[in-house]
Ligand binder design. Structure first.
Ligand SMILES: *Cc1c(COP(=O)(O)O)cnc(C)c1O
Length: 383
């Protein structure tokens, strides 16, 4: 398979030192104590990047496993769960809740902006009898960013635990798990962390741990069960054999992030994302969102007469370029440019925007000027 660069919102580019880290020899990752200590050190490094001293677990599996494990571990039959929904992943939590016997109650909002905290507060004034609530930090198919700093402490005020899907948010946008009182925060290695696909990340607060300890019924899952990790560090024993190479790769990716400085990483995403948004608008394209746009991905509305799917095919066939459209009802409406982690650098964006500019013009769109050049101009101004 020939290597082909991709500009999708995940999986992202993986830096060479991260790829090579995977190839190193490791100790037995089932029960060697030195490996368990290493795993713990990497999980604490992950916690540092997420802004938490809570236990962070690295599960062998893709990011979806984090979401499922959170819901499997918290949900008991009949539990009422508040599903905050303003996007496709937000709504998707309903399925995880009901599979494990809970009663999902969706509080749905418009998809064109973030969830308004005041509206959630007004709702909770009337009904706050929920064991936990789910929400998505960056709902990738539309690129909307939810204000976890307002929403999670609010839910906590009402005694509701929070499960946050920050798979496509963390590292590109601040998540601050402890400051924002997030009980279970979910991540994946393949987005802004820019490590290979392979680990699901979950942080577990003391309150979330207590909710699992206080369960009256057993967790209805074998592999998506967070409770089996309880006390692993003290016992120096992991419940399952861990994918050691993935842990080593994550370690190297976290070193890259910490070496650059997490604040610098956020600023880099902000500068790139702002320039992409400004350029797209100056060029004559419309952004899908009215506000609350994540710095990890930009969703651009593609004119109906062109169609996002046709543009995607054209870019692939004519220019060998892989970009993402969206999902479900937005599949033919939105083109998404991922600028997460290692993909959030000026060279990458100049390339992808130059090709998109040509592709759009091939299909009859009359853009105002040169999309890549407009990007460079915004990038220069937004120092
Ligand atoms: C990518 C992503 C996940 C992980 O799932 P995929 O299998 O990669 O789709 C979960 N949540 C969000 C918001 C994501 O963007």
């Amino acid at each position: 398979m020939r290597y082909k660069p991709n500009y999708a919102p995940g999986p992202t580019e993986v830096r060479e030192n991260v790829r090579l880290a995977r190839a190193k020899r490791t100790n037995n990752s089932d029960f060697d104590k030195t490996f368990v200590r290493y795993y713990r050190a990497v999980s604490q490094k992950m916690g540092k990047v997420m802004g938490t001293t809570n236990e962070v677990l690295l599960l062998a599996g893709e990011g979806i496993l984090a979401l499922e494990a959170a819901c499997a571990s918290l949900t008991e039959p009949g539990d009422r769960v508040l599903v905050l929904d303003n996007g496709i992943y937000g709504e998707g939590f309903k399925d995880f809740v009901s599979i494990y016997g809970g009663e999902p109650i969706a509080l749905s909002f418009d998809h064109h902006s973030g969830i308004p905290a005041e509206a959630v507060r007004a709702y909770l004034e009337k009904d706050s009898d929920f064991k936990y609530a789910t929400l998505v930090h960056c709902d990738t198919p539309t690129s909307v960013l939810n204000n976890v700093a307002a929403l999670c402490p609010l839910l906590k005020e009402y005694g509701i635990l929070t499960v946050v899907d920050s798979v496509a948010g963390m590292v590109g946008e601040p998540i601050n798990v402890d400051a924002n009182k997030i009980d279970i925060c979910c991540g994946g290695t393949q987005k802004a962390i820019s490590a290979p696909v392979g680990l699901a990340i979950v942080s577990v607060s003391a309150d979330a741990q207590k909710a699992m300890d206080d369960r009256k019924t057993p967790i209805a899952s074998f592999y998506a069960n967070l409770q089996v990790f309880k006390g692993y560090a003290e016992k120096e024993y992991l419940p399952y054999t861990t994918s050691a190479g993935d842990v080593a790769a994550l370690d190297a990716a976290l070193d890259n992030i910490l070496e650059e400085g997490i604040e610098t990483v956020f600023a880099r995403h902000d500068r790139i994302a702002s320039a992409v948004r400004e350029a797209a608008q100056a060029y004559g394209l419309e952004l899908f969102l009215d506000s609350d746009r994540s710095n990890t991905v930009t969703a651009i509305r593609i004119p109906e007469e062109i169609g996002a799917l046709r543009l995607q095919d054209h870019l692939s066939e004519r220019y060998d370029l892989l970009v993402a459209t969206s999902l479900a009802q937005y599949a033919d409406v939105i083109l998404r440019i991922g600028h997460m982690g290692e993909n959030a650098f000026i060279d990458k964006l100049i390339y992808v925007l130059a090709i998109i500019d040509n592709g759009l013009k091939d299909l009859g769109f009359t853009g105002k000027g040169d999309l890549a050049q407009l990007f460079i101009e915004s990038y220069k101004e937004n120092k």
